[in-house]
Write a protein that binds this ligand. Structure first.
Ligand code: COA
Length: 252
């Protein structure tokens, strides 16, 4: 387990909370592993009927840890933790509800494509600067974003790197509900409890029918991951990672 991932269980609801405030919830390899373990464990336990994903007030997640990208780009072991997490997320059998307050970058945005209900707040901004970082989309977002948002909005998000605000995301069908930041946790948890109280097998089959067969999605996640890993070593990506790491020093 990771100190930066907190797992709590309330009745039949399991909450996975990203908790790395000093790095804006940038997701490290250890955090990916802890989330994979929690999702797998929750799916395996018959007493758990619903997963909830939370970040911190004002910051859902700044995306993957760019220090890990830089390490992989400069000869370090790339690791399979992120891919394992994404495949586990896509294979999940139980409903997933996310509560997103504030910044949601990279995988902080794309993990929500796998959620059955996403609650956001007026200050939530979804952003995926993959191309600006010399990278490509992940988490099956190159497949799911056009399906959910339509190809133009998907392109604006994934290629242009344009911000997607909470209301626009709700209108586009990416967000279920926009609630005040102070009401986010209560709204998510009361909905999770409602779901968790339903007959679990009927719920599982219904979810499965709505999500449809996953073979294409799993294949896309793997295909994106191959490109992503190759891109990590590109000059474009290396320059972008170095620029991000330099940014703070230059601001001092
Ligand atoms: N990976 C590693 N560290 C990250 C990070 C990331 N994805 N995002 C933020 N951090 C770190 C910063 O380096 C900084 O660390 P430091 O204080 O030790 O220097 C700390 O988190 C706070 O970040 P900061 O940029 O000062 O906060 P901010 O409020 O000004 O901006 C963000 C927040 C999320 C908008 C900004 O940090 C950002 O754009 N991060 C990168 C997002 C990204 O490109 N993710 C990858 C997508 S594939």
């Amino acid at each position: 387990m990771s100190a930066h991932i907190l797992v709590e269980r309330f009745g039949a609801v399991q909450i996975i909370r990203m908790n790395r405030p000093e790095k804006k919830n940038a997701i490290s390899r250890e955090m990916y592993s802890a989330m994979t373990e929690a999702l797998t464990d929750g799916d395996d336990r018959s007493a758990i009927h619903c997963h909830v994903l939370f970040g911190l007030p004002g910051t859902f997640s700044a995306g993957a840890d760019i220090a890990d990208f830089q390490d992989a780009a400069t000869g370090g072991e790339p690791g399979a933790e992120a891919l394992d997490f994404l495949l586990t997320l896509a294979r999940c059998e139980k409903p997933i509800i996310s509560g997103v307050d504030g910044t949601a970058v990279g995988i902080g945005t794309t993990m929500n494509f796998h959620c059955d209900l996403t609650f956001a707040t007026p200050r939530t901004v979804f952003r995926t600067p993959f191309v600006d970082l010399g990278l490509v989309p992940e988490a099956g977002s190159s497949l799911l974003a056009p399906q959910i948002l339509g190809p133009q909005k998907a392109f604006a998000l994934l290629a242009l790197g344009e911000d997607l605000g909470a209301e626009e995301a709700r209108e586009a069908g990416f967000v279920y509900s926009v609630v005040a930041s102070s009401k986010l946790e209560d709204s998510v948890l009361s909905t999770a409890k409602l779901l968790a109280a339903k007959p679990p097998e009927a719920l599982r089959i219904t979810r499965d029918l709505i999500r449809g067969p996953r073979n294409d999605l799993l294949a896309r996640i793997c295909k994106e991951s191959e490109h992503f890993e190759a891109r990590l070593h590109s000059d474009e990506a290396r320059a972008a990672f170095a620029a991000f790491m330099r940014r703070k020093r230059e601001m001092v």
